[in-house]
Design a protein around this ligand. Structure first.
Ligand SMILES: [Ca+2]
Ligand SMILES: [Ca+2]
Ligand SMILES: [Ca+2]
Ligand SMILES: [Ca+2]
Length: 270
């Protein structure tokens, strides 16, 4: 069977999609590692934790995955018009609102998985090609998960699953599926977390948006801020000291800046 010449593939579709397809033909990745957030549509879609663009598959139109508040995961495929998608798959019932979806090789078998978690304490690994469930955590381990983040915080090469389960920060090994570490603190209410070296000691911290800062490697509680860092948080060095500040958003609009190394909110004026 003859391969379709590249020009014909590049001729179809939306200019942006066309550019993406051509980049792929050149062997360049469409999204860099860790960037599976939704890159389509308008508005805040790209910021939703439970909406992702699925990895590109040769000969297949772009697919999106959305987890909904009713406990179902949906896959939508791009139709002939670039901004028109249609549902092609719906999951089984996941028994709780879906709160986040990620793509990573979480079990270190050289294939990416889809990782999703529900507010009701479950997380599942799904096959990235046909979406069947490969593995689920036991139903009684956690009653509630309020936040999840994937990051490599130890010596083995795969990313760990960091999450807040029943008020504790938990580090979970996704390859061998066991709880590696849990915090003594059981009053954590974070809904967002990030990992970065926010105090300049060349060791990364886990930053929880409700104000807890843990050493990512040794897991000591480094600081508990008396105030929250905001509902959403970002890291960026904005004072040229090579240490990122935590920039937090409150009430969907108000920003506050925290110097974690100085353990305080940045002064509002010099
Ligand atoms: Ca894998
Ligand atoms: Ca690891
Ligand atoms: Ca540090
Ligand atoms: Ca700084």
């Amino acid at each position: 069977m003859m391969m379709e010449p590249p020009m014909q593939i590049c001729r179809r579709g939306h200019p942006l999609l066309l550019a993406a397809v051509c980049l792929q033909l050149l062997g360049l990745p469409l999204l860099s590692e860790g960037q599976s957030t939704l890159q389509l549509g308008r508005g805040a879609l790209g910021e939703f934790g439970a909406a992702i663009t699925l990895p590109e598959v040769e000969g297949q139109a772009t697919r999106l995955m959305l987890g909904d508040a009713h406990g179902f995961l949906h896959v939508y495929e791009q139709q002939s018009e670039a901004e028109a998608f249609d549902e092609i798959w719906v999951s089984e019932y996941f028994e709780g609102p879906i709160a986040g979806v990620f793509i990573a090789d979480i079990n270190l078998d050289k294939l990416d998985e889809i990782i999703l978690f529900t507010e009701s304490g479950r997380f599942h690994f799904l096959d990235v090609r046909d979406y069947h469930t490969i593995w689920s955590n036991p139903p009684t381990d956690y009653k509630r998960i309020s936040a999840m983040h994937l990051y490599n915080v130890d010596d083995d090469p795969q990313e760990e699953i960091l999450f807040v389960g029943d008020g504790r920060l938990i580090v979970y090994d996704g390859r061998d599926q066991f709880e590696e570490w849990r915090s003594d603190q059981d009053n954590i209410t974070a809904t967002e977390m990030l990992v970065g070296d926010v105090d300049g000691d060349e060791v990364e911290e886990i930053i929880l948006n409700d104000g807890f800062i843990f050493d990512a490697r040794y897991r000591d509680l480094e600081w508990q801020s008396p105030e929250s860092f905001g509902e959403r948080i970002g890291l960026l060095d904005i004072d040229d000291d090579s240490i990122p500040e935590v920039i937090g958003e409150f009430s969907g609009r108000q920003l506050r800046i925290f110097d974690i190394d100085l353990r305080r909110m940045k002064a509002s004026r010099r």
